[in-house]
Design a protein around this ligand. Sequence first.
Ligand SMILES: Nc1nc2c(ncn2[C@@H]2O[C@H](COP(=O)(O)OP(=O)(O)OP(=O)(O)O)[C@@H](O)[C@H]2O)c(=O)[nH]1
Ligand SMILES: [Mg+2]
Length: 369
Amino acid sequence: MGGLDTQLRFLRLVARIGLFGFANVGKTTIFNALAGLEAITAAHPFTTTEPNVGVAKVPDTKLDEAAVLEKSAKTVYATLDLLDLPAIGKAGEGVGAQFISRLREMDALAAVLRSFDDEAVPTDIGGTDPVTQAEDLLVELTLADFEVFDRRRDKIRREATSDPSKKPAADAIAAATAVLEEGTPLRAAEWTQSQALAFRDLAPLTIKPGIWIVNIAEDADAKAAAEAVKAVVPEGDTVVALSAKIEEEAAELTSEERAEMFEELGLGEGALATVVQAAYGTLGLLSFYTVGPKESRAWTVRRGAAAPEAAGKIHSDLERGFIRSEVCQIDTIIEAGGWDAAKRDGLIRLEGKEYVVAEGDALMVRFSV
Ligand SMILES: Nc1nc2c(ncn2[C@@H]2O[C@H](COP(=O)(O)OP(=O)(O)OP(=O)(O)O)[C@@H](O)[C@H]2O)c(=O)[nH]1
Ligand SMILES: [Mg+2]
């Protein structure tokens, strides 16, 4: 989608994901499991007003394997910035201006939906039906965007009468306002690059990629829960059902113990890994690698970036003085038994400045400054 592409050009180094939702749905529990932190969780209807801020490691089994082969002294994972926001105002009350401004700063919005029953944990107005909560949250976000666009529409329409160069932007804003007025999130409609550009400084919430985390009971059917929510959210959004309780317990284990536990429960890498990886995909980012005895590391760059731009993530000198890069897919390196083995087998190729980095590339940059 055009809007997304435009946003990403202005994306900072690390993507920011905001966890939001009604009170007592498990936002902070999920935040803790993702960030490996210990923010305060409590079963009460009155929530704190300050967001928790943390960093989530992007789980990456390929990086783990490569680091073992290289006998790397250090393994550095890609990260996401996480914000655990205070509970959204009760449905119908609208959302607070301060709350909304925090959401606007995010690159993707992850709604937490409560689907577990627990008498000890009071339910907010959203109850324990994740479908209703998803619908309510979408209404709130769409309404918040509508208010901003509606105001801008009137202003820019007046400006366009004296300054015809503003006419295309005025038309784009008017079209978006009409879509929002229907109750449709902006990402559910098609926009051209120039239309999306006209929206950009309004930072619409409903154009941001959406992730929906259904917090289910430990023994609930994850697939059914996810499908019910998928049916009411915009196409292309990511829906993951998980038990925050299980993920919280898992976060306290070593990575081997955790892998064993998920294996036993049939949960693969764990639902949180899915959430973080989905966030990467949905933000149009990719991971590339540098591997070696000193350090094996995952780096993040936008999809479509050429090799010098990717090299610049490692160090600005590497971008300025970029000559060429040795390139090989990390899977190939793992199969060959490491970088040196891959090189001996002639599996590593040389690429120049025009080369567009692919997901999973490992790079060794040649540069001179
Ligand atoms: N039974 C059960 N309890 C949970 C689950 N997830 C969270 N809780 C409990 O629900 C209470 C609220 O969890 P939090 O993670 O603080 O919820 P929150 O959405 O951050 O709440 P506020 O920030 O207050 O809006 C805590 O007592 C948690 O232990 C779950 O999956 N199952
Ligand atoms: Mg909380």
